[in-house]
Design a protein around this ligand. Structure first.
Ligand SMILES: CC(C)(COP(=O)(O)OP(=O)(O)OC[C@H]1O[C@@H](n2cnc3c(N)ncnc32)[C@H](O)[C@@H]1OP(=O)(O)O)[C@@H](O)C(=O)NCCC(=O)NCCS
Length: 370
């Protein structure tokens, strides 16, 4: 009796596995299908499938191909890419992803993964999953999924050597499948490729992050510190709980910043760029009421990394005072430019930055499932 591979193994298409070790599929004489190593091959639109010695280029056709009991069927591994979904990456995988991200950045002039995603490569987290697409051990694309209850966030990047082969679509579809809630994806720099990919699967533009910049060649005024407030630098080992409290209050409506916990803070403090001398906190009556954390990049570029004011201390000039304190620090360190990220609908913050000479240089766009 002839049976199709799909009818013999109906769950196969949705099963999750690492296909790298799969060599062959057999249809045994008892008509049971044997997947060696209990693993399953996931089909894409382009890999060739060899059935009974003939190459079949179309995956859908291959799946409905009739199989003869007792015959051996073999996938042509030379053209088969693999997808793996992992909760933790090993060192080799982390290095491979970082190499891919750097290669893509050299071509795109923008980093496809944000800082939080890069940090999550190294430290496993219960809400983080990694999706890797490879061919013969060569990493073609990578996506990271951050699952949430109301929505999930994804970031993805395809190697410049493997673009326009469907890998981006593959990763995006997989993100959608794996996410337990509606997916949102970041397209850094609002690139035409990211836009086309996201809208191609029906996602809509949902949120924008402005990247604003200014030079640091001019004279910056002295900050005017509100009465009763002292500005000092962050004390590692002492200020963490207070900072987490003020950060959560200041960014209560921010989908990512509000969720920063002690481990996330420690991850950032362990980064080579971290310098408490550029991390300013404002204190009143022994209580932290605001902060300006600056970040040093290469090539004389500084960043207003996070500027936050406790809601109870807002609108007393503390934001301006902390902004200027940090900008002057970055200027004294020899930086020629400074950048920052701000939500495009955060009018109050944008007004502050415009007043102090910042202008929009580019934008990141978040696309959401409609
Ligand atoms: C965006 C990106 C992931 C696309 O990956 P990819 O593997 O090349 O995408 P696909 O081959 O699946 O392309 C799917 C469709 O997207 C569109 N697309 C992809 N690249 C495009 C480009 N440079 N210009 C215009 N449209 C493009 C096309 O409609 C394409 O279909 P087609 O090839 O049949 O015309 C890749 O360019 C990339 O890694 N960019 C940097 C990171 C990034 O922007 N990530 C955010 C994604 S939302």
């Amino acid at each position: 009796m002839l049976r199709s591979l799909r009818s013999l193994c109906p769950m196969a298409r949705s099963a999750r596995c690492d296909v790298r070790r799969v060599a062959a599929v057999f249809v045994g004489s008892d008509e049971t299908i044997v997947l060696r190593n209990q693993l399953f091959l996931e089909m894409f639109r382009w890999p060739l499938l060899q059935i009974g010695g003939a190459n079949i280029a179309d995956a859908d056709r291959a799946w409905s191909q009739e199989l003869k009991p007792g015959s051996h069927y073999r996938w042509n591994m030379s053209r088969l890419s693999t997808v793996s979904v992992e909760t933790e990456l090993n060192k080799t995988e982390i290095n491979g992803v970082m190499r891919l991200v750097n290669e893509a950045e050299a071509v795109d002039h923008i980093r496809a993964l944000n800082e939080a995603a890069v940090l999550r490569l190294r430290r496993p987290h219960p809400t983080t999953q990694h999706i890797l697409v490879s061919e013969n051990g060569d990493l073609m694309g990578y996506a990271q999924l951050e699952s949430g209850t109301e929505w999930s966030a994804g970031q993805l990047v395809v190697s410049p050597n493997h673009r326009r082969q469907g890998v981006g679509t593959q990763l995006l579809r997989r993100l959608i499948t794996e996410a337990g809630s509606p997916l949102r994806v970041w397209a850094m720099g609002d690139s035409p490729a990211g836009r086309a990919l996201a809208t191609g699967v029906g996602m809509i533009r949902q949120r924008e992050l402005l990247i604003m910049e200014r030079g640091l060649g001019d004279d910056l005024p002295d900050p005017i510190i509100p009465p009763g407030v002292q500005i000092r630098t962050f004390l590692p080992g002492q200020d963490e709980p207070e900072w987490l409290r003020v950060n959560a209050a200041a960014f209560a409506n921010h989908p990512e910043q509000a969720l920063i916990d002690l481990d996330d803070l420690k991850d950032r403090m362990a980064e080579p760029w971290f310098n408490p001398a550029g991390f300013f906190v404002a204190m009143k009556d022994g209580i932290m009421i605001g902060f300006h954390w600056t970040k040093q990049h290469q090539d004389q570029l500084g960043e207003v990394y996070v500027l936050g004011i406790a809601p109870t201390a807002a609108q007393h000039g503390l934001g301006k005072a902390l902004l200027l304190t940090g900008l002057r620090w970055l200027q004294q360190r020899g930086n020629s430019r400074v950048k920052l990220y701000v939500e495009s609908d955060h009018q109050a913050a944008i007004e502050l930055y415009l007043t102090y000479g910042f202008a929009t240089a580019s934008r990141d766009v978040m696309y959401a499932q409609g």
